[in-house]
Design a protein around this ligand. Structure first.
Ligand SMILES: C[S@@+](CC[C@H](N)C(=O)[O-])C[C@H]1O[C@@H](n2cnc3c(N)ncnc32)[C@H](O)[C@@H]1O
Length: 237
């Protein structure tokens, strides 16, 4: 992984999430404003939040939703890549991400950037789609093809890299079992609502989803994928 591969992956994600097909499908089926994979949490008291996403299409919807709920003064939505976060070192109490790091072409650089903007007393919390520690990279190429990503991280990679960056307290709540449930439900729902979805997304994209989602189901069923919640901080706190 290198800076060039990070730029390629960033461009691929920008194109992917900017299309009306992907935006329409995510809005209609994958959860709308909040694309969760497994576990659901309560929203807490609003605080100052900065959100960084690569897709201006998604961010426009995000800003509209914030304004409708009276949260726009609290949440700054900034379009751009998480490989390069335009805030000074130590700016945030919490850095939080859900299933976005899987799109990175250079996760070492990405994690370095996440830790750079984190207050030394702060918390890095993220979930991600990963391959299991013992899965060879070439065993999931067909699964990842839809996302334009060459490889996923593993739990061991994250644990090692985050520790190297000084966050030596790393909890990983392994919920890989929920990934199978998630992709089974997504596959069923896409099939059940196929007629309705033809009004929202193109037939070609619907067909590619119906080919790709069962590959995810098989990869989860055979234990090739991993998913869970990382909670990381400096041990000195
Ligand atoms: C699978 S979706 C997960 C969305 C998230 N779980 C949610 O609830 O909204 C992946 C997200 O990663 C974001 N993303 C992909 N590459 C990115 C990058 N280089 N910088 C910032 N965000 C990126 C996309 O915009 C998309 O919202």
């Amino acid at each position: 992984m290198s800076h060039e591969s990070a730029e390629r992956a960033t461009e691929a994600a920008r194109r992917y999430y900017g299309t009306s097909d992907v935006d329409g499908f995510y809005d209609a089926v994958w959860g709308g404003e909040d694309i969760h994979t497994g576990v659901y949490a309560h929203a807490h008291e609003p605080v100052a939040v900065a959100s960084r996403r690569i897709s201006e299409t998604q961010n426009e919807r995000h800003r509209r939703t914030n304004a409708e709920r009276g949260l726009d003064a609290l949440i700054e939505v900034v379009t751009g890549s998480f490989q390069d976060i335009p805030y000074p070192a130590g700016h945030f109490d919490v850095v939080w991400s859900q299933e976005a790091f899987c799109h990175s072409g250079d996760r070492k650089e990405l994690l370095g950037e996440a830790v750079r903007v984190l207050d030394p007393e702060g918390d890095l919390v993220f979930t991600d789609l990963m391959t299991a520690d013992d899965t060879p990279a070439d065993a999931v190429h067909d699964v990842l093809a839809r996302l334009g990503v060459e490889e996923f991280a593993t739990p061991t990679f994250y644990r090692r890299r985050i520790t190297e960056l000084g966050l030596t307290h790393v909890d990983f709540d392994d919920r890989s079992d929920q990934l199978l449930t998630h992709y089974l439900r997504l596959t069923e729902e896409t099939a059940r609502r196929a007629a309705e979805l033809r009004d929202v997304i193109s037939p070609a994209y619907l067909e590619s989803l119906q080919e790709n989602l069962p590959l995810w189901v098989n990869a989860c069923r055979s234990g090739r994928m991993s998913w869970g919640i990382f909670h990381c901080r400096r041990a000195t706190r």
